[in-house]
Design a protein around this ligand. Structure first.
Ligand code: UDP
Length: 331
């Protein structure tokens, strides 16, 4: 299939691009490089452009005869979304609706959309199934839910097929060590734990140790980024006429912030300097997926099913690329 991957130079998008190409799809990446990295995708597949640039989007969709899109191009920092909701509604909602207009103009009816476990807010029950009520508690989660709802309406009206993939916590790096996590600013737990042991930050702040969890710190379901990518490819290939998929992508295991730190210490043999800080705005105490539906519907087989193996790949990346993509040669 001819696929345009919006936000394909980012952490998860670049893994999806690689997985799509490996399956023989023809892939182009559309990315404004505000968060993505030029070095993470082959240069002959990269179109540098903004989601808001309708003319360039039109040109790209037409030129490459695009048949399906994967849409990763969004802001995804929960804390930032609380303080700058305008940025989130503008990009994640308004620009995405413009993208949908373009898809409509070009009769493209297959969309794989990056949604999030943040759409569930504080779930009534754990683990979270796809039927769990979605009541997001931060602007980021609300922007993702709005687009899920728009997708359902557009799909109904215009005959689209879509997969809304609700990710839990993407983590790890590619097994061959070539693609990994490099955000500026970095806000995610696992990379920041490495930054703390590498002396790039003085200590790791634990955002709250008074949550109603066994050790008082937040619990998340960490899913390896290559497993996320493989689920995207399977979801795309599953999109036949009027298929509407809403799937949780996690491994079904929760780990606390303290457990993540302990695992990093075990793998690296280094002590993580920590400090207990107040809770971060917008953080639910516990998010764990029930991934059974994704496993069943996609015939998806996540390869990384424990935290240690995920963190090992992340450590290899951070150890070998202490400056992220910054010091790598351009591809
Ligand atoms: N967290 C933390 N210190 C940090 C960054 C994150 O204690 O410096 C916690 C955060 O409060 C959350 C968990 O780690 O409970 C995972 O946060 P992350 O930002 O990695 O992902 P999110 O769950 O927000 O998508």
């Amino acid at each position: 299939m001819k696929v345009l991957v919006l936000g394909g130079a980012g952490y998860i998008g670049s893994q999806a691009v690689r997985a799509l190409s490996a399956r023989g799809h023809q892939v182009w990446v559309y990315d404004n490089l505000s968060m993505g990295h030029r070095q993470s995708v082959p240069s002959n597949q990269l179109i540098i452009g903004d989601l808001a640039d309708q003319a360039l989007l039109d040109h790209t969709l037409l030129l490459h005869q695009i048949e399906a899109v994967m849409h990763f191009a969004a802001f995804a920092y929960v804390g930032e979304s609380v303080h700058h909701p305008d940025k989130y509604y503008q990009n994640n909602v308004v620009n995405t609706l413009h993208l949908f207009d373009a898809l409509k103009r070009h009769h493209i009816r297959k969309i794989v959309f990056s949604s999030s476990c943040a759409t569930y807010g504080i779930p009534a029950t754990i683990p979270i199934t796809e039927e769990t009520q979605q009541h997001p508690i931060n602007p980021y989660g609300r922007t993702k839910l709005i687009i899920e709802q728009a997708l359902a309406d557009y799909a109904q009206a215009y005959g689209w097929s879509y997969a809304a993939l609700r990710y839990f916590n993407a983590s790890g790096a590619s097994a061959d060590g070539s693609l990994g996590e490099d955000h500026t600013p970095e806000t995610h737990l696992i990379p920041l734990v490495f930054h703390a042991i590498q002396g790039k930050i003085p200590y790791l702040e634990i955002f709250g140790d008074d949550y109603p969890t066994p050790d008082g710190t937040c619990i998340r379901d960490y899913i390896h980024v290559e497993d996320l990518a493989s689920a995207h490819v399977l979801a795309l290939e599953k999109l036949a006429d009027r298929t509407h998929l809403k799937l949780n992508l996690g491994i079904g295991q929760g780990y606390s912030v303290k457990k993540v730190i302990e695992t990093v210490e075990k793998i690296t043999g280094k002590k993580v300097p920590i400090r207990i800080s107040p809770r971060r705005a917008g953080d639910p105490p516990e998010l764990i997926a029930a991934p059974a539906k994704a496993i069943r519907e996609l015939n998806w087989k996540p390869r990384y099913i424990d935290l240690e193996s995920i963190i090992e790949t992340a450590w290899r990346w951070h150890r070998d690329h202490p400056n992220g993509y910054g010091k790598m040669s351009k591809s």
